[in-house]
Ligand binder design. Sequence first.
Ligand SMILES: Cc1cc2nc3c(=O)[nH]c(=O)nc-3n(C[C@H](O)[C@H](O)[C@H](O)COP(=O)(O)O)c2cc1C
Length: 229
Amino acid sequence: MTSTTRRKFLTLAGAALAGAGVAGCSMIGGDDTSRASGPAKIDRPLDKTRTLVTYFSMPETDAPDNMTEDEENSTHVVDGKVLGNTQYVAQIIEKRTEGDVFRIETAEALPLDHGTLEDLALQQQESNERPKLKALIPNLQEYDTVFIGYPIWWYDLPMPVYTFLEQHDFSGKNIILFSTHGGNRLGETVEAITEKLPDSTVISNAFTISRDDMDNAESEVSDWLDSLG
Ligand SMILES: Cc1cc2nc3c(=O)[nH]c(=O)nc-3n(C[C@H](O)[C@H](O)[C@H](O)COP(=O)(O)O)c2cc1C
């Protein structure tokens, strides 16, 4: 695929129909976690003093009123405050686990315009770029469980998340994944991260929720967290 023409990502049904037409993309499997090799559960209760919730999220506006459809798709409004979908899930996990939080941000601000953002994200993927991050986790050694959250971008992880994975040493830690998506669920991101972090225990039971289902996030996240223990 090239980024010279704007295209929409295909959702599960569309992608299945299109088949090999979407060359170069890591396409979705029926069961998101069946090929990931990590354990489905954590081997000890979460210790809130040693738990870190990290996430990448890209709300396309910070104004709660008169949103365009694209802006609505990428946000969830809580008490008048605009959050990205993944950011909202991260907040729910943070509240429930009482862990610390770290937001993954790029050094250079990303465009808010949806089409421009899509084109840039695709271009970064096609060139296997590692966008520079604003900051790294300063005290990673203090944590033994790290949640990593991300939206699905072009069937895969956003490239800044690859930078994040490569620029930290997660060895020996439990890694728990969560994502939000527009139809492609987890894609093959659990497998990709499991492969990237061979010295970590990547829990295969990753969480994913559609951007259209954010009103149910609180109870879905809670059920998922219960299922991890
Ligand atoms: C650049 C870009 C590419 C996207 N590609 C996909 C995709 O391939 N599959 C999918 O299901 N959703 C895709 N989406 C939709 C996002 O995964 C979804 O809106 C997500 O909830 C956004 O989370 P955020 O608000 O935390 O950034 C894409 C969104 C953007 C901005």
